[in-house]
Design a protein. Structure first.
Length: 370
């Protein structure tokens, strides 16, 4: 099942590098028509921000469970002791203040922790807490974990390979940190994963191939890293959001990008060659290819994208004219069509595009409006 527009989650943050880099302010939106256009376009897509539905058997922070005092140096005598010691180590190494993991209470009542009825952590969600440590290898002990959100902190170090032990994990967000090195191959074991966000770090190397085999993966957002490699010939069948901008990815664009459901953002990479003619992304509403080295023409198949709201392909090496098939687009929903900085584009633009006014952007091209 595809995500509906009302269930999309990151909108402005994931489509605008100026926002995700922390340089966003309201005055910038007011004075920058490109941002204003995108704000208007995606203003109804902010309701669900990286949220997993609550498990029926989750305990809330007031769960009446026995108090367990961390004693990391003691020999664990039960599963609860093992988990307790692991949780104490995890919170300590994350750099959490002691007030966030009160030693006089059960870990199920610690900051951002939810447990199931067996007192096993189901989720740890501590976004934006300004923690300044690293992710402990003990994270792999939490076998029942389905959601791990550590984004918008100041964590350093690497992504631990022990994450691959969390086979029930559905939601992973390690974004906006200072994590480095490569993604461990053990992540290939997270085949229950639905949402994977590791954007805005210093991750290098390639994405493990097996991640692209995850049948349930809906969102893959790894932009603003140092990733290399190529886009594989097949992508997860349920993938709706594929955001890999601002990396070092190379090669040509495979036909597989046509299987993405709603948003494809490949800008600021090193892609070459033509845009695939199989680009009939019938349900996609945002397509961003800026700042690559793409050649040839804008494929006529773009006219079949009847849900298209945002199209941007500026700063490439495209040639020829805009295909007349763009007249088939739904101009009642199309908010942006940007072909700036493609000096090889020529001819007269279709009148429907010209009627978009500023939101049809063709600076530094040889295209004219009649």
């Amino acid at each position: 099942m595809r995500l509906s527009s009302s269930m999309l989650h990151l909108s402005l943050l994931t489509l605008l590098p100026s926002i995700s880099s922390g340089k966003f302010d309201t005055q910038q939106v007011v004075t920058n028509p490109r941002l204003l256009s995108l704000c208007h376009l995606l203003s109804d897509k902010l309701d669900v921000l990286h949220r997993i539905p609550e498990e029926d058997n989750c305990c809330n922070s007031t769960s009446q469970s026995p108090s367990i005092s961390p004693s990391p140096s003691a020999q664990p005598s039960s599963k609860s002791d093992i988990i307790n010691n692991a949780m104490f180590k995890i919170f300590t190494t994350l750099g959490a203040p002691t007030s966030d993991f009160n030693t006089g209470t059960t870990y199920c009542s610690w900051n951002g922790v939810r447990c199931n009825s067996f007192l096993e952590p189901k989720s740890i969600e501590i976004s934006g807490q300004f923690y300044g440590g690293y992710i402990a290898t003990e994270i792999g002990i939490l076998e029942e974990l389905t959601s791990l959100k550590l984004d918008y902190n100041y964590l350093e170090g690497t992504v631990p390979s022990e994450l691959g032990l969390l086979s029930k994990l559905r939601f992973l967000n390690l974004s906006k940190q200072f994590l480095s090195s490569t993604l461990p191959s053990e992540l290939q074991n997270l085949n229950s994963l639905e949402y994977m966000y590791i954007y805005a770090n210093e991750i290098s190397g390639s994405i493990p191939d097996q991640i692209y085999d995850f049948n349930n993966l809906l969102c893959l957002e790894v932009f603003e890293n140092l990733l290399t490699g190529t886009i594989p010939e097949s992508l997860p069948p349920m993938l709706d959001w594929y955001l890999i901008w601002d990396n070092l990815l190379t090669s040509t664009l495979p036909d597989s990008i046509s299987t993405v459901g709603e948003v494809v953002d490949l800008e600021e990479n090193l892609f070459t060659g033509p845009i695939p003619t199989s680009i009939d992304l019938s349900s996609a509403y945002a397509l961003v290819f800026d700042d690559n080295q793409l050649t040839n023409t804008i494929p006529s198949e773009i006219g079949d994208m009847l849900n298209l709201e945002y199209f941007s392909i500026d700063a490439n090496l495209l040639t020829s004219s805009i295909p007349t098939e763009v007249e088939n687009l739904d101009f009642t929903i199309l908010e942006k069509f940007d072909i700036d900085d493609n000096t090889g584009l020529t001819g007269t633009a279709p009148s429907s595009l010209c009627n978009l006014g500023y939101y049809f952007s063709y600076d530094n091209t040889n295209v004219t409006c009649g």
